[in-house]
Write a protein that binds this ligand. Structure first.
Ligand SMILES: [Zn+2]
Length: 136
């Protein structure tokens, strides 16, 4: 017996590797919250989250809730894939850092550089959800 799927196919994403350094991020993601890191030494926000500031190497970095809003910096649509077309690229967050991500929730042919997007979370195969971005 088979069912006809009328929803667009969602590309499966493997579970991310959760480390001691990244666990607070994934715990927040499981609650639907998007966290970035900010440095108390130089004031810069950074992505991906890490213990040492990539700008000044201070270890005085703190987690910060982000609305997860930004614009598409670049993107690429993969048309040939066993799981169907998908798009990846960089989002420049309003806080400044760039995030490599998947784009979802739209006709991929309508993506454009500079387009406003917002984070959402997509389930993974046996791990915490990962941030993906959709046009607003
Ligand atoms: Zn810094």
């Amino acid at each position: 017996m088979s069912e006809v799927q009328d929803k667009p196919q969602v590309r499966p994403i493997p579970a991310p590797a959760v480390t001691i350094e990244s666990k607070p991020f994934w715990d927040a993601a499981s609650e639907g919250r998007f966290l970035i890191k900010r440095c108390n030494g130089c004031g810069e926000a950074h992505w991906y989250p890490r213990a040492l500031c990539p700008y000044c190497f201070s270890d005085d970095t703190v987690w910060e809730d982000s609305p997860g809003e930004g614009v598409i910096y670049s993107y690429s649509v993969m048309h040939r894939s066993p799981t169907g077309p998908y798009a990846i690229g960089y989002v420049t967050l309003n806080e400044g850092p760039a995030v490599l991500t998947n784009f979802v929730g739209c006709d991929l042919s309508t993506l454009s550089i500079g387009q406003k997007v917002k984070v959402q979370f997509q389930a993974t195969e046996g791990g915490p959800p990962v941030p993906v971005f959709a046009p607003v």
